[in-house]
Design a protein around this ligand. Structure first.
Ligand code: ADP
Ligand code: F6P
Length: 466
Protein backbone atom coordinates (compact mmCIF):
# COMPACT_ATOMS: atom_id res chain seq x y z
CA UNK A 1 0.00 0.00 0.00
CA UNK A 2 1.33 3.45 -0.91
CA UNK A 3 2.14 5.84 1.91
CA UNK A 4 -0.28 8.71 2.32
CA UNK A 5 0.94 12.27 2.81
CA UNK A 6 -1.76 14.62 4.02
CA UNK A 7 -1.17 18.36 3.77
CA UNK A 8 -3.36 20.97 5.47
CA UNK A 9 -2.84 24.43 6.85
CA UNK A 10 -3.94 23.50 10.35
CA UNK A 11 -2.47 20.37 11.85
CA UNK A 12 -4.04 19.44 15.13
CA UNK A 13 -3.47 15.79 15.85
CA UNK A 14 -5.10 14.17 18.86
CA UNK A 15 -2.75 13.52 21.75
CA UNK A 16 -2.36 10.06 23.19
CA UNK A 17 -5.25 10.82 25.59
CA UNK A 18 -7.38 11.41 22.51
CA UNK A 19 -10.25 13.25 24.14
CA UNK A 20 -9.36 16.93 23.90
CA UNK A 21 -11.03 19.40 21.62
CA UNK A 22 -9.83 19.32 18.05
CA UNK A 23 -11.98 20.29 15.09
CA UNK A 24 -13.77 17.94 12.77
CA UNK A 25 -11.21 18.27 9.99
CA UNK A 26 -8.39 17.39 12.35
CA UNK A 27 -10.17 14.35 13.77
CA UNK A 28 -11.07 13.14 10.29
CA UNK A 29 -7.52 13.46 9.01
CA UNK A 30 -6.01 11.78 12.05
CA UNK A 31 -8.36 8.84 11.54
CA UNK A 32 -7.42 8.70 7.84
CA UNK A 33 -3.72 8.67 8.54
CA UNK A 34 -3.59 5.99 11.19
CA UNK A 35 -4.34 3.24 8.68
CA UNK A 36 -1.81 4.42 6.14
CA UNK A 37 1.04 5.04 8.62
CA UNK A 38 1.20 8.34 6.84
CA UNK A 39 2.66 11.76 7.28
CA UNK A 40 0.74 14.92 8.09
CA UNK A 41 2.42 18.11 6.93
CA UNK A 42 1.37 21.68 7.66
CA UNK A 43 1.73 24.87 9.67
CA UNK A 44 2.70 24.70 13.34
CA UNK A 45 0.45 27.63 14.24
CA UNK A 46 3.60 29.54 15.30
CA UNK A 47 5.54 32.37 13.70
CA UNK A 48 9.28 32.94 13.43
CA UNK A 49 11.11 36.21 12.57
CA UNK A 50 12.47 34.66 9.38
CA UNK A 51 11.28 31.60 7.49
CA UNK A 52 13.77 28.73 7.84
CA UNK A 53 11.84 25.74 6.51
CA UNK A 54 12.97 23.84 9.59
CA UNK A 55 10.68 20.89 10.29
CA UNK A 56 9.54 19.85 13.70
CA UNK A 57 8.53 16.20 13.54
CA UNK A 58 6.83 13.95 16.05
CA UNK A 59 4.78 10.78 16.15
CA UNK A 60 1.75 10.68 18.44
CA UNK A 61 -0.84 7.95 18.55
CA UNK A 62 0.42 6.42 15.26
CA UNK A 63 0.35 9.71 13.34
CA UNK A 64 3.59 11.43 12.27
CA UNK A 65 3.37 15.18 11.90
CA UNK A 66 5.89 17.48 10.18
CA UNK A 67 5.31 21.14 10.97
CA UNK A 68 6.83 24.42 9.81
CA UNK A 69 6.68 27.88 11.33
CA UNK A 70 5.66 30.84 9.16
CA UNK A 71 6.76 34.47 9.22
CA UNK A 72 4.56 37.20 10.66
CA UNK A 73 4.01 38.58 7.12
CA UNK A 74 2.87 35.10 6.02
CA UNK A 75 0.32 35.05 8.80
CA UNK A 76 -1.00 38.47 7.77
CA UNK A 77 -1.04 38.00 4.03
CA UNK A 78 -1.68 34.28 3.62
CA UNK A 79 -3.75 33.04 6.61
CA UNK A 80 -5.49 36.23 7.80
CA UNK A 81 -5.27 37.73 4.31
CA UNK A 82 -5.92 35.69 1.18
CA UNK A 83 -7.30 32.62 2.98
CA UNK A 84 -9.58 34.26 5.54
CA UNK A 85 -10.29 37.73 4.13
CA UNK A 86 -10.53 36.83 0.45
CA UNK A 87 -11.35 33.17 -0.20
CA UNK A 88 -13.33 32.29 2.95
CA UNK A 89 -15.93 35.09 2.55
CA UNK A 90 -16.09 34.58 -1.21
CA UNK A 91 -16.57 30.80 -0.99
CA UNK A 92 -19.31 31.41 1.61
CA UNK A 93 -21.10 33.91 -0.67
CA UNK A 94 -20.09 36.96 1.37
CA UNK A 95 -18.70 39.03 -1.46
CA UNK A 96 -19.49 42.09 0.68
CA UNK A 97 -16.79 40.97 3.15
CA UNK A 98 -14.20 39.80 0.61
CA UNK A 99 -11.06 41.94 0.50
CA UNK A 100 -8.78 41.99 -2.54
CA UNK A 101 -5.25 43.11 -1.88
CA UNK A 102 -2.27 42.37 -4.10
CA UNK A 103 -0.12 41.65 -1.03
CA UNK A 104 -2.58 38.92 0.04
CA UNK A 105 -2.22 37.17 -3.32
CA UNK A 106 1.57 37.40 -3.14
CA UNK A 107 1.60 36.02 0.41
CA UNK A 108 -0.66 33.14 -0.64
CA UNK A 109 1.67 32.20 -3.52
CA UNK A 110 4.74 32.58 -1.32
CA UNK A 111 3.45 30.32 1.44
CA UNK A 112 2.30 27.69 -1.04
CA UNK A 113 5.79 27.77 -2.56
CA UNK A 114 7.34 27.45 0.90
CA UNK A 115 5.12 24.50 1.73
CA UNK A 116 6.13 22.83 -1.56
CA UNK A 117 9.86 23.43 -1.12
CA UNK A 118 9.85 22.09 2.42
CA UNK A 119 7.68 19.10 1.60
CA UNK A 120 9.55 18.14 -1.59
CA UNK A 121 12.47 16.25 0.10
CA UNK A 122 10.02 14.16 2.17
CA UNK A 123 8.21 12.73 -0.87
CA UNK A 124 9.04 9.19 -2.02
CA UNK A 125 8.13 8.06 -5.56
CA UNK A 126 5.11 5.94 -4.58
CA UNK A 127 3.52 8.31 -2.09
CA UNK A 128 -0.04 9.52 -2.57
CA UNK A 129 -0.35 13.20 -1.69
CA UNK A 130 -3.66 14.52 -0.39
CA UNK A 131 -3.97 18.31 -0.03
CA UNK A 132 -6.79 19.90 2.00
CA UNK A 133 -8.78 23.08 1.78
CA UNK A 134 -8.74 26.56 0.32
CA UNK A 135 -5.47 27.62 1.94
CA UNK A 136 -3.49 25.36 -0.37
CA UNK A 137 -5.14 25.35 -3.80
CA UNK A 138 -1.87 26.19 -5.67
CA UNK A 139 0.22 23.60 -3.81
CA UNK A 140 0.11 20.98 -6.58
CA UNK A 141 1.25 23.56 -9.13
CA UNK A 142 4.22 24.43 -6.91
CA UNK A 143 5.07 20.76 -6.41
CA UNK A 144 4.82 20.06 -10.14
CA UNK A 145 7.24 22.92 -10.78
CA UNK A 146 9.66 21.15 -8.47
CA UNK A 147 9.33 17.98 -10.56
CA UNK A 148 6.90 16.01 -8.38
CA UNK A 149 5.12 13.44 -10.56
CA UNK A 150 3.20 11.63 -7.82
CA UNK A 151 -0.55 11.42 -7.80
CA UNK A 152 -1.87 14.47 -5.95
CA UNK A 153 -5.46 14.92 -4.81
CA UNK A 154 -7.26 17.96 -3.42
CA UNK A 155 -10.28 18.04 -1.14
CA UNK A 156 -12.21 21.25 -0.54
CA UNK A 157 -13.86 21.35 2.89
CA UNK A 158 -15.83 24.52 2.16
CA UNK A 159 -18.39 25.23 -0.60
CA UNK A 160 -17.27 25.89 -4.17
CA UNK A 161 -19.41 28.90 -5.10
CA UNK A 162 -21.52 29.42 -8.22
CA UNK A 163 -19.48 30.78 -11.14
CA UNK A 164 -21.28 34.13 -10.92
CA UNK A 165 -19.71 34.51 -7.47
CA UNK A 166 -16.35 32.89 -8.21
CA UNK A 167 -15.74 35.23 -11.14
CA UNK A 168 -15.84 38.24 -8.79
CA UNK A 169 -12.39 37.11 -7.61
CA UNK A 170 -9.61 39.00 -9.39
CA UNK A 171 -7.45 36.46 -11.29
CA UNK A 172 -10.03 33.72 -10.74
CA UNK A 173 -8.78 31.92 -13.81
CA UNK A 174 -5.31 31.50 -12.27
CA UNK A 175 -6.81 29.85 -9.19
CA UNK A 176 -9.05 27.57 -11.26
CA UNK A 177 -6.11 26.63 -13.47
CA UNK A 178 -4.16 25.58 -10.36
CA UNK A 179 -6.85 22.96 -9.67
CA UNK A 180 -5.79 21.23 -12.90
CA UNK A 181 -2.40 20.33 -11.44
CA UNK A 182 -4.24 17.81 -9.26
CA UNK A 183 -5.25 14.37 -10.50
CA UNK A 184 -8.46 14.27 -8.45
CA UNK A 185 -10.40 17.14 -6.88
CA UNK A 186 -13.10 16.32 -4.36
CA UNK A 187 -16.00 18.39 -3.05
CA UNK A 188 -18.34 17.88 -0.12
CA UNK A 189 -21.49 17.67 -2.28
CA UNK A 190 -22.58 17.15 -5.85
CA UNK A 191 -23.83 20.75 -5.88
CA UNK A 192 -20.33 22.14 -5.27
CA UNK A 193 -18.82 19.71 -7.78
CA UNK A 194 -21.29 20.92 -10.37
CA UNK A 195 -20.54 24.56 -9.55
CA UNK A 196 -16.87 23.88 -10.30
CA UNK A 197 -17.79 22.02 -13.47
CA UNK A 198 -19.99 24.87 -14.63
CA UNK A 199 -17.14 27.32 -14.17
CA UNK A 200 -14.84 25.07 -16.19
CA UNK A 201 -17.38 24.58 -18.97
CA UNK A 202 -18.96 28.04 -19.18
CA UNK A 203 -16.18 30.38 -18.13
CA UNK A 204 -12.86 28.60 -18.69
CA UNK A 205 -13.89 27.13 -22.04
CA UNK A 206 -13.16 23.58 -20.87
CA UNK A 207 -14.95 20.35 -21.75
CA UNK A 208 -16.16 17.12 -20.21
CA UNK A 209 -13.94 14.18 -21.05
CA UNK A 210 -15.87 11.24 -19.60
CA UNK A 211 -17.90 10.73 -16.44
CA UNK A 212 -16.77 13.30 -13.88
CA UNK A 213 -13.66 14.07 -15.95
CA UNK A 214 -12.94 17.60 -17.07
CA UNK A 215 -10.35 19.09 -19.31
CA UNK A 216 -9.19 22.68 -19.49
CA UNK A 217 -5.97 24.68 -19.50
CA UNK A 218 -4.36 21.85 -21.47
CA UNK A 219 -4.87 19.33 -18.67
CA UNK A 220 -7.50 16.93 -17.40
CA UNK A 221 -8.64 15.83 -13.97
CA UNK A 222 -11.23 13.74 -12.21
CA UNK A 223 -13.82 15.42 -9.99
CA UNK A 224 -16.09 13.83 -7.39
CA UNK A 225 -18.40 14.45 -4.45
CA UNK A 226 -17.01 12.89 -1.26
CA UNK A 227 -19.08 13.95 1.76
CA UNK A 228 -16.94 13.98 4.90
CA UNK A 229 -18.23 12.10 7.92
CA UNK A 230 -17.55 11.44 11.59
CA UNK A 231 -15.30 8.84 13.07
CA UNK A 232 -18.55 7.18 14.12
CA UNK A 233 -16.97 4.25 15.98
CA UNK A 234 -14.73 6.55 17.99
CA UNK A 235 -17.65 8.88 18.73
CA UNK A 236 -19.77 5.97 20.00
CA UNK A 237 -16.91 4.92 22.30
CA UNK A 238 -16.46 8.46 23.55
CA UNK A 239 -20.16 8.76 24.42
CA UNK A 240 -19.73 6.00 26.96
CA UNK A 241 -16.84 7.63 28.81
CA UNK A 242 -17.25 8.88 32.36
CA UNK A 243 -16.66 12.50 31.29
CA UNK A 244 -19.34 12.37 28.59
CA UNK A 245 -21.84 10.83 31.02
CA UNK A 246 -21.00 13.32 33.73
CA UNK A 247 -21.52 16.24 31.40
CA UNK A 248 -24.81 14.81 30.16
CA UNK A 249 -26.00 14.37 33.74
CA UNK A 250 -24.86 17.87 34.65
CA UNK A 251 -26.76 19.43 31.77
CA UNK A 252 -29.82 17.30 32.44
CA UNK A 253 -29.78 18.45 36.06
CA UNK A 254 -29.35 22.07 34.94
CA UNK A 255 -32.49 21.84 32.80
CA UNK A 256 -34.96 20.06 35.08
CA UNK A 257 -38.51 20.81 33.82
CA UNK A 258 -36.93 22.47 30.78
CA UNK A 259 -35.75 21.41 27.36
CA UNK A 260 -32.21 22.19 26.27
CA UNK A 261 -31.76 23.76 22.82
CA UNK A 262 -28.09 23.66 21.86
CA UNK A 263 -25.82 25.26 19.25
CA UNK A 264 -22.06 24.60 18.92
CA UNK A 265 -20.05 26.56 16.35
CA UNK A 266 -16.80 28.38 15.80
CA UNK A 267 -17.65 32.06 16.16
CA UNK A 268 -17.84 32.71 12.43
CA UNK A 269 -20.19 34.95 10.42
CA UNK A 270 -20.91 32.00 8.10
CA UNK A 271 -22.54 30.08 10.95
CA UNK A 272 -25.72 32.20 11.00
CA UNK A 273 -25.47 32.94 14.71
CA UNK A 274 -27.07 36.36 14.54
CA UNK A 275 -30.12 35.05 12.67
CA UNK A 276 -30.24 32.09 15.08
CA UNK A 277 -30.24 34.35 18.13
CA UNK A 278 -32.99 36.45 16.53
CA UNK A 279 -34.92 33.25 15.78
CA UNK A 280 -34.74 32.22 19.42
CA UNK A 281 -35.76 35.72 20.52
CA UNK A 282 -38.77 35.53 18.23
CA UNK A 283 -39.67 32.10 19.58
CA UNK A 284 -39.68 33.55 23.10
CA UNK A 285 -41.72 36.55 22.01
CA UNK A 286 -44.28 34.45 20.12
CA UNK A 287 -44.68 31.71 22.73
CA UNK A 288 -45.09 33.17 26.22
CA UNK A 289 -46.56 29.86 27.46
CA UNK A 290 -43.42 27.92 26.39
CA UNK A 291 -40.84 30.42 27.60
CA UNK A 292 -40.12 28.83 30.94
CA UNK A 293 -39.81 25.41 29.32
CA UNK A 294 -36.60 26.04 27.38
CA UNK A 295 -32.98 26.93 27.87
CA UNK A 296 -30.89 27.78 24.85
CA UNK A 297 -27.16 27.13 25.17
CA UNK A 298 -24.89 28.51 22.47
CA UNK A 299 -21.25 27.45 22.62
CA UNK A 300 -19.11 29.56 20.27
CA UNK A 301 -15.34 29.65 20.81
CA UNK A 302 -13.74 32.71 19.24
CA UNK A 303 -12.02 32.17 15.93
CA UNK A 304 -9.74 34.18 13.57
CA UNK A 305 -9.86 37.21 15.87
CA UNK A 306 -7.19 39.08 13.90
CA UNK A 307 -9.75 39.57 11.13
CA UNK A 308 -12.06 42.56 11.63
CA UNK A 309 -15.24 40.85 10.44
CA UNK A 310 -14.84 38.26 13.21
CA UNK A 311 -14.40 40.89 15.90
CA UNK A 312 -17.47 42.70 14.58
CA UNK A 313 -19.73 39.66 14.60
CA UNK A 314 -18.54 38.87 18.13
CA UNK A 315 -19.52 42.34 19.34
CA UNK A 316 -22.95 42.04 17.71
CA UNK A 317 -23.57 38.65 19.31
CA UNK A 318 -22.52 39.92 22.74
CA UNK A 319 -25.07 42.71 22.42
CA UNK A 320 -27.81 40.43 21.13
CA UNK A 321 -27.39 37.79 23.82
CA UNK A 322 -27.50 40.53 26.47
CA UNK A 323 -30.66 41.95 24.94
CA UNK A 324 -32.44 38.57 24.87
CA UNK A 325 -31.68 37.84 28.51
CA UNK A 326 -32.44 41.41 29.53
CA UNK A 327 -35.82 41.24 27.83
CA UNK A 328 -37.00 37.80 28.89
CA UNK A 329 -35.22 36.80 32.12
CA UNK A 330 -37.01 36.58 35.43
CA UNK A 331 -35.57 36.75 38.94
CA UNK A 332 -35.22 32.96 39.11
CA UNK A 333 -34.69 32.14 35.46
CA UNK A 334 -32.86 33.15 32.26
CA UNK A 335 -33.61 31.75 28.82
CA UNK A 336 -30.21 32.01 27.14
CA UNK A 337 -26.66 30.96 27.95
CA UNK A 338 -23.87 32.06 25.64
CA UNK A 339 -20.31 30.83 26.20
CA UNK A 340 -17.17 31.45 24.15
CA UNK A 341 -15.13 28.51 25.45
CA UNK A 342 -13.71 25.39 23.88
CA UNK A 343 -14.79 22.08 25.38
CA UNK A 344 -13.29 18.65 25.19
CA UNK A 345 -14.89 16.44 22.59
CA UNK A 346 -16.23 14.01 25.19
CA UNK A 347 -17.81 16.90 27.11
CA UNK A 348 -19.42 18.21 23.94
CA UNK A 349 -20.82 14.75 23.26
CA UNK A 350 -22.40 14.78 26.74
CA UNK A 351 -23.93 18.23 26.09
CA UNK A 352 -25.43 17.15 22.76
CA UNK A 353 -26.81 14.04 24.47
CA UNK A 354 -28.70 16.13 27.04
CA UNK A 355 -30.34 18.36 24.41
CA UNK A 356 -33.85 18.05 23.03
CA UNK A 357 -33.05 20.30 20.07
CA UNK A 358 -29.82 20.82 18.07
CA UNK A 359 -29.76 24.16 16.24
CA UNK A 360 -27.33 24.03 13.31
CA UNK A 361 -28.18 26.94 11.04
CA UNK A 362 -25.14 28.15 9.05
CA UNK A 363 -25.85 30.57 6.21
CA UNK A 364 -23.39 28.46 4.15
CA UNK A 365 -21.29 25.51 5.23
CA UNK A 366 -19.25 22.98 3.29
CA UNK A 367 -20.54 20.08 5.39
CA UNK A 368 -21.00 20.88 9.13
CA UNK A 369 -19.82 18.08 11.36
CA UNK A 370 -21.60 19.45 14.43
CA UNK A 371 -24.91 18.35 12.86
CA UNK A 372 -23.58 14.81 12.57
CA UNK A 373 -22.13 14.85 16.09
CA UNK A 374 -25.51 15.94 17.48
CA UNK A 375 -27.23 13.04 15.71
CA UNK A 376 -24.58 10.54 16.82
CA UNK A 377 -24.96 11.59 20.48
CA UNK A 378 -28.72 11.02 20.82
CA UNK A 379 -30.37 8.39 22.96
CA UNK A 380 -32.07 5.99 20.48
CA UNK A 381 -35.08 5.59 22.79
CA UNK A 382 -35.70 9.30 23.31
CA UNK A 383 -33.75 11.25 20.70
CA UNK A 384 -33.59 15.01 20.26
CA UNK A 385 -34.48 16.81 17.04
CA UNK A 386 -31.99 18.37 14.64
CA UNK A 387 -32.89 21.72 13.06
CA UNK A 388 -30.56 22.07 10.10
CA UNK A 389 -29.85 24.77 7.54
CA UNK A 390 -30.69 23.94 3.94
CA UNK A 391 -27.37 25.55 3.02
CA UNK A 392 -25.13 23.17 4.96
CA UNK A 393 -23.64 20.31 2.95
CA UNK A 394 -24.98 17.98 5.67
CA UNK A 395 -28.57 18.77 4.55
CA UNK A 396 -27.94 16.59 1.47
CA UNK A 397 -27.52 13.59 3.74
CA UNK A 398 -29.58 14.37 6.86
CA UNK A 399 -32.82 14.86 4.98
CA UNK A 400 -35.01 13.91 7.94
CA UNK A 401 -33.86 16.82 10.05
CA UNK A 402 -36.17 19.85 10.17
CA UNK A 403 -34.65 21.80 7.29
CA UNK A 404 -34.84 25.59 7.53
CA UNK A 405 -33.82 28.71 5.70
CA UNK A 406 -31.19 30.07 8.14
CA UNK A 407 -31.77 33.64 6.95
CA UNK A 408 -35.26 33.62 8.39
CA UNK A 409 -35.65 34.12 12.16
CA UNK A 410 -39.38 33.32 11.67
CA UNK A 411 -38.62 29.90 10.21
CA UNK A 412 -36.13 29.20 12.97
CA UNK A 413 -38.69 30.18 15.63
CA UNK A 414 -41.33 27.94 14.07
CA UNK A 415 -38.88 25.06 13.75
CA UNK A 416 -38.01 25.31 17.46
CA UNK A 417 -41.70 25.14 18.32
CA UNK A 418 -42.21 22.18 15.98
CA UNK A 419 -39.21 20.34 17.44
CA UNK A 420 -40.36 20.88 21.03
CA UNK A 421 -43.85 19.57 20.33
CA UNK A 422 -42.78 16.59 18.18
CA UNK A 423 -44.01 13.27 19.53
CA UNK A 424 -41.58 10.54 20.41
CA UNK A 425 -42.49 8.23 17.50
CA UNK A 426 -41.71 10.93 14.96
CA UNK A 427 -38.52 11.93 16.74
CA UNK A 428 -37.34 8.31 16.65
CA UNK A 429 -38.26 7.90 12.98
CA UNK A 430 -36.41 11.04 11.91
CA UNK A 431 -33.41 10.35 14.09
CA UNK A 432 -33.08 6.74 12.90
CA UNK A 433 -32.82 7.83 9.25
CA UNK A 434 -30.17 10.45 10.09
CA UNK A 435 -28.24 8.13 12.39
CA UNK A 436 -28.09 5.40 9.71
CA UNK A 437 -26.53 7.92 7.37
CA UNK A 438 -24.00 9.15 9.95
CA UNK A 439 -22.96 5.53 10.60
CA UNK A 440 -22.79 4.51 6.97
CA UNK A 441 -21.19 7.58 5.39
CA UNK A 442 -18.55 8.00 8.05
CA UNK A 443 -14.96 9.18 7.91
CA UNK A 444 -13.69 5.78 6.83
CA UNK A 445 -16.07 5.71 3.87
CA UNK A 446 -14.97 9.25 2.97
CA UNK A 447 -11.27 8.43 3.18
CA UNK A 448 -11.58 5.16 1.29
CA UNK A 449 -13.61 6.72 -1.49
CA UNK A 450 -11.18 9.61 -1.95
CA UNK A 451 -7.95 7.64 -1.57
CA UNK A 452 -9.40 4.93 -3.84
CA UNK A 453 -10.10 7.52 -6.54
CA UNK A 454 -6.63 9.00 -6.13
CA UNK A 455 -4.88 5.63 -6.19
CA UNK A 456 -6.86 4.79 -9.33
CA UNK A 457 -5.77 7.97 -11.09
CA UNK A 458 -3.05 7.62 -13.67
CA UNK A 459 0.56 8.43 -12.90
CA UNK A 460 1.25 12.05 -13.80
CA UNK A 461 -0.02 12.36 -17.34
CA UNK A 462 1.61 14.44 -20.04
CA UNK A 463 0.05 17.84 -20.74
CA UNK A 464 -2.72 17.69 -23.35
CA UNK A 465 -2.08 19.45 -26.60
CA UNK A 466 -4.05 22.69 -26.34
P1 ADP B 1 -15.89 24.22 10.90
O1 ADP B 1 -14.91 23.26 10.32
O2 ADP B 1 -16.32 25.31 9.95
O3 ADP B 1 -15.48 24.81 12.21
P2 ADP B 1 -17.62 21.88 11.48
O4 ADP B 1 -18.99 21.86 12.10
O5 ADP B 1 -17.52 21.05 10.26
O6 ADP B 1 -17.27 23.42 11.22
O7 ADP B 1 -16.53 21.33 12.50
C1 ADP B 1 -16.34 21.94 13.74
C2 ADP B 1 -15.66 20.97 14.68
O8 ADP B 1 -15.14 21.71 15.78
C3 ADP B 1 -16.60 19.92 15.24
O9 ADP B 1 -15.95 18.68 15.32
C4 ADP B 1 -16.95 20.46 16.62
O10 ADP B 1 -17.20 19.46 17.58
C5 ADP B 1 -15.69 21.22 16.98
N1 ADP B 1 -16.06 22.32 17.88
C6 ADP B 1 -16.88 23.35 17.62
N2 ADP B 1 -17.05 24.13 18.72
C7 ADP B 1 -16.30 23.60 19.68
C8 ADP B 1 -16.05 23.92 21.06
N3 ADP B 1 -16.60 24.96 21.68
N4 ADP B 1 -15.22 23.12 21.74
C9 ADP B 1 -14.66 22.06 21.14
N5 ADP B 1 -14.86 21.69 19.88
C10 ADP B 1 -15.67 22.45 19.14
O1 F6P C 1 -13.50 23.30 7.87
C1 F6P C 1 -13.09 24.50 7.35
C2 F6P C 1 -11.90 25.05 8.10
O2 F6P C 1 -11.49 26.26 7.50
C3 F6P C 1 -10.70 24.15 8.19
O3 F6P C 1 -9.84 24.19 7.08
C4 F6P C 1 -10.07 24.69 9.42
O4 F6P C 1 -9.09 23.87 10.01
C5 F6P C 1 -11.29 24.90 10.32
O5 F6P C 1 -12.27 25.36 9.45
C6 F6P C 1 -11.03 25.86 11.47
O6 F6P C 1 -10.51 27.09 11.02
P1 F6P C 1 -9.06 27.63 11.40
O7 F6P C 1 -8.08 26.57 11.01
O8 F6P C 1 -8.90 28.90 10.62
O9 F6P C 1 -9.09 27.85 12.88
Amino acid sequence: MSRLIVVSNRVNPPSAAGEESVGGLAMALAAALREYSGLWFGWSGRTTPEFTGQLSMQTVDGVTTALIDLEEADLDEYYNGYANRTLWPLFHYRTDLAAYDRAFGEGYSRVNRRFAETLRPLIAPDDLIWVHDYHLIPLARELRMLGVKNRIGFFLHVPWPAHQVFTTLPRHSQLAEAMFDYDVVGFQTEEYRQAFEEYVLFVAGGAQSGAERLQAFGRSLRTGAFPIGLDAAEFARMLKTARARRMRDLMTAATVFRHLVVGVDRLDYSKGLEERFLGFERFLADNPDLRREVLMLQIAPVSRESVGAYREIRARLDALSGRINGEFSDVDWAPFRYVNRNYRRDELAGIYGAARVGLVTPLRDGMNLVAKEFVAAQNPEDPGVLILSRFAGAARQLKDAILVNPNSPEEIAEAIKQALSMDKAERIRRWRASFDNVQREDVTAWRDAFVGALAGARERRPALAS
